[in-house]
Design a protein around this ligand. Sequence first.
Ligand SMILES: *[C@@H]1O[C@H](CO)[C@@H](O)[C@H](O)[C@H]1NC(C)=O
Ligand SMILES: *[C@@H]1O[C@H](CO)[C@@H](O)[C@H](O)[C@H]1NC(C)=O
Ligand SMILES: *[C@@H]1O[C@H](CO)[C@@H](O)[C@H](O)[C@H]1NC(C)=O
Length: 473
Amino acid sequence: MRLILLIVVVLPLVVERVTADRILSRRTRRELASPLHVGGIRDPHGSYCQRRGGCCPGRDDLCTVPYLDTICYCDLFCNRTVSDCCPDFWGHCLGVPPPLIDACERNGNRFFTGQTYKENCNLCTCGPSGRWDCEQNPCLVEPTIIHAVNRGNYGWKAANYSQFYGMTLAEGIRYRLGTQRPSSTIMNMNEIRVRTVLNDHLPRYFNSTEKWPGKIHEPLDQGNCAASWAFSTAAVASDRISIQSMGHMTPQLSPQNLISCDTRNQDGCAGGRVDGAWWFLRRRGVVTEDCYPYTPPHQTPAEVARCMMQSRSVGRGKRQATQHCPNTHNYRNDIYQSTPPYRLSSNEKEIMKEIMDNGPVQAIMEVHEDFFVYRSGIYKHTDVSFAKPPQYRKHGTHSVRIIGWGEDRDFNGTPRKFWIAANSWGKNWGENGYFRIARGDNECEIEAFVIGVWGRITMEDMHNHHHHRRRHI
Ligand SMILES: *[C@@H]1O[C@H](CO)[C@@H](O)[C@H](O)[C@H]1NC(C)=O
Ligand SMILES: *[C@@H]1O[C@H](CO)[C@@H](O)[C@H](O)[C@H]1NC(C)=O
Ligand SMILES: *[C@@H]1O[C@H](CO)[C@@H](O)[C@H](O)[C@H]1NC(C)=O
């Protein structure tokens, strides 16, 4: 009897003690726990306090709800500097928007840790301390460079191009150019000497498009494919064949044919050499753009497209296609070939003479960071990026087609000589796809390696093509 009484008296005491211990330890745990919302509120729209059925006044360590891999609280005490409130505590219990807990802000919107946005060419990530952490790549379109060029008296104007916006400078150099410097043996190749030009009359202005209307091809767009080696070669060969055949044939030769089929020591959309391209045009030949259309790479810019056109010899060095055009609308798969190319001297007058007599030439040039934003005027590489860190100054080798020249005066009346050249960045770039660049100073090394070529055209060809054309009309 006495024993039972004792138990009855002691038991509640023990139970009370245990509860107090548990609460104390839980409190300590709660207070020591790492804050719940480091790096932003996860599952910010989840329903927790609401699902629990309400909120608790003051401090109530039992007022919890499971939250992801832990628990969250719905008591007023949770709303401290170190918060362990459920995501919907503020909205559901206080009726106020949740505070910014280590979240990043941008244009009035809230982003959580790990979320990203792209600022021009740089990815910005919301960091754990609530601050944006942005990559620091130089971009292909740098607004500060555009402004500096347009404010200065550089003789040319710059513009933002949507097709370049968002790319890094390194990507521009990697995907928009694509001509490897000729090997030293080629570089040392003897220049052919065009007749002494001292006595020849060279006009102050010359434009192939005006001298040979309908025979000079419009600039194409290589897209994100570093194959200027194929584009400039095909363009010069197209113009030369058209001029030489006196308009009997005006093929726009296919850069894709070169990119996909001239693969020996060439890297397609990852760059190539013009000497290799000319070798291919001479020995294998290519079809027209209409027959073998250009398909710029979508996913990985360096992807290789299978060669869809072969040719075989039909004697006397001439070739014939052995496959149909890789398209459904055009059946004319004539193969066009060239003679061996010849290198001109770096003398400005000799280059001019060659263009005037025989048509556009191919030139290799160094492209610097400011060239991408060229809009109009006479380009010269500027010093506008010299105030920036060295990674903002980059250059790569490109090839273009020079079609003429001219001269104008700058703002103080000093004459400025220029070349008229065609690029392969589409017609919305520069002056309708063309650009003018300083002449006579080897600007960007444009006069250092210039190539001319002849199409391989016989009277028979001219006759055949003439007939074909007539039949089509
Ligand atoms: C809860 O936190 C919000 C935001 O920090 C603050 O404005 C509010 O006064 C706090 N409420 C309570 C009851 O502590
Ligand atoms: C440049 O063009 C892009 C895309 O067209 C645009 O989003 C960006 O704001 C422009 N930047 C400047 C500096 O004009
Ligand atoms: C070259 O001639 C074409 C055709 O007349 C013309 O559209 C173009 O503006 C000329 N280029 C220059 C730089 O004068």
